[in-house]
Design a protein around this ligand. Structure first.
Ligand SMILES: [Zn+2]
Length: 424
């Protein structure tokens, strides 16, 4: 693409699924500002592409990640949650460096681009490194520095150091239209009241988002109630903690009163079905109840350690399946609503390869394309962010996947050494 800023592209003889998940057919113009229109054929464009065997859709938006945890993918497979954390995740994270975060985040970004995702709301150590990798490969993102009271790899002195370093980063800001910083207060059981209050104050001061894990397990909810006489979201509300656009990951064990609190604050509740099922949480966000309460629900993969992948197409499928299963109702999250959930807020575009046996049959008027895409899958052919092609014809242009794979293998050889012995 020429770099003159217009970033306009035409796809001919193709299909486009719009923001309401309605299928259109014909020739289309995609503008750099994210808008689309039918093409007359005479517009000035930088590139014309044959879309004959493609379908254009909004790209996926992943609202809860720990991108660099690709480093921990498939560690401690099958261990119970507490042993998995104590024997695998925590010991490796003690060895974490900025360089490892860089390598892990690059691998995660390569996976996002290959699977049609253009945005991640991340929460991980060394958020400045995460922000730079996202920016370098042209993705959109929110890099939230994790805040806990205990010492962590980027903040060895604990919560107060984490908060003051985040304050400095937020003061500098991130020089990008695509990437912002946020504050990742980890959870109510890892942050004291004082830490939560300071984080909320910083969020208000800098106008940045808060991002928290909340009500992920029954134990967390029971412990919070025993300590504070309130469930986690009630407790956070009692502190006047919520700020504009707060992101609450999981929300698997919440009362209807708590859902009304989330709705009242305009918070985003992020459904993470793979992570909840993989870690055997026994419960996941109730989509119909959240919608009825007026909560804005988003979708997220969580980190690759508690999912094994960052593929939002699969996450969308699992969201639809687990909601129907849990509520004994096959009408919940039909293909259009599922697609809208997984792409909500996107102004970017993905093109999917229809020359794929998994996309057959397309049906009369190609009406089965969307359901096939969600439930059967297809390869992501192209990914466009603000007029920039990050991937074209099945090849990622902004990262070298082969180099990243080698770097990742080399990095984890030391990272895991002695912690993750070969399985018998
Ligand atoms: Zn998480």
């Amino acid at each position: 693409m020429a770099d003159d800023g217009s970033g306009r592209v035409r796809y001919t003889t193709t299909r486009l699924i719009d923001d309401d998940a309605v299928l259109h057919r014909g020739d289309f113009i995609l503008d750099a500002d994210g808008s689309w229109s039918h093409s007359r054929g005479d517009e000035d464009v930088e590139l014309t592409l044959d879309g004959g065997e493609k379908v254009l859709t909004r790209s996926f938006q992943n609202w809860h990640t720990h991108l660099a945890m690709v480093l921990n993918r498939s560690m401690g497979e099958g261990l119970p949650l507490a042993r998995w954390l104590e024997e695998n995740i925590f010991p490796t994270e003690k060895r974490l460096t900025a360089e490892l975060v860089d390598i892990g985040t690059q691998a995660a970004c390569a996976e996002m681009i290959a699977t049609g995702t253009s945005f991640a709301a991340d929460q991980y150590y060394h958020p400045d490194v995460v922000a730079n990798v996202l920016e370098d490969c042209g993705l959109r993102g929110l890099a939230c520095g994790p805040i806990t009271d205990f010492p962590s790899p980027s903040y060895p002195a604990g919560g107060s150091e984490a908060l003051s370093k985040m304050d400095n980063l937020l003061r500098e800001g991130f020089p990008s239209e695509r990437v912002e910083y946020g504050i990742g207060t980890h959870a109510v059981y890892t942050c004291s009241e004082e830490t939560l209050l300071k984080a909320s104050e910083l969020s208000r001061q800098h106008g940045c988002r808060l991002h928290i894990h909340t009500s992920e397990t029954r134990k967390e909810v029971a412990d919070c109630h025993a300590e504070h006489g309130m469930y986690p979201i009630e407790y956070l509300d009692s502190l006047d903690w919520f700020t504009e656009g707060t992101i609450c990951a999981h929300c698997g064990w919440v009362t209807k009163a708590e859902m009304r609190i989330l709705a009242g604050h305009g918070a985003h509740a992020v459904h993470c079905p793979s992570s909840n099922m993989k870690l055997a949480c026994g419960g996941t966000l109730s989509y119909p109840a959240m919608v009825e309460a007026g909560v804005d629900v988003r979708l997220g993969t969580d980190g690759a350690a508690s999912n094994n992948g960052l593929d939002m197409r699969l996450e969308a499928k699992l969201a639809s399946l687990v909601q129907r299963h849990d509520h004994w109702d096959s009408t919940i999250l039909d293909q259009r609503e599922t697609w809208r959930l997984a792409t909500k807020g996107s102004i970017d575009w993905a093109a999917w390869d229809l020359d794929d046996i998994r996309m057959r049959p397309r049906g009369i008027g190609e009406r089965r394309i969307l359901a096939n895409l969600i439930y059967s899958t297809a390869q992501c052919s192209d990914l466009w962010v603000a007029g920039q092609a990050l991937r074209l014809d099945g090849e990622t242009l902004v990262l070298d996947e082969a180099d990243i794979a080698v770097n990742l293998e080399d990095a984890v050889a030391d990272y895991y050494d002695g912690i993750d012995p070969p399985q018998e």
